[in-house]
Write a protein that binds this ligand. Structure first.
Ligand code: SF4
Length: 84
């Protein structure tokens, strides 16, 4: 009997906040504010709920969570905690 391999899922979250735009930057970013952080975390929560029911996530277990940016450390410790 073949062993069924676990389907794994890697997650990338783009955290778009920076304190200011660097002169050479072409990435998607917006200046950080506490209000934007709260809106961002609410949107991420909604998107995670939406995607968790999608066919591409069905039966898969998340094994990695990568956060890029922007500047991920622009989030407050509470925001990072809420994200994870
Ligand atoms: S994403 Fe990186 S390079 Fe761009 S503004 Fe932010 S810190 Fe600077």
């Amino acid at each position: 009997m073949p062993v069924q391999q676990e389907l794994q899922l890697g997650i990338y979250i783009h955290i778009p906040f920076c304190l200011k735009r660097c002169a050479y930057c072409d990435f998607t970013m917006i200046p950080y504010t506490a209000q934007r952080e709260a809106q961002f975390l609410t949107a991420i929560k909604r998107e995670a709920a939406l995607l968790s029911g999608s066919p591409c996530a069905k039966g898969r277990r998340p094994v990695t969570l990568y956060a890029g940016g922007g500047t991920p450390s622009a989030l407050t410790p509470e925001g990072i905690g809420a994200l994870f």
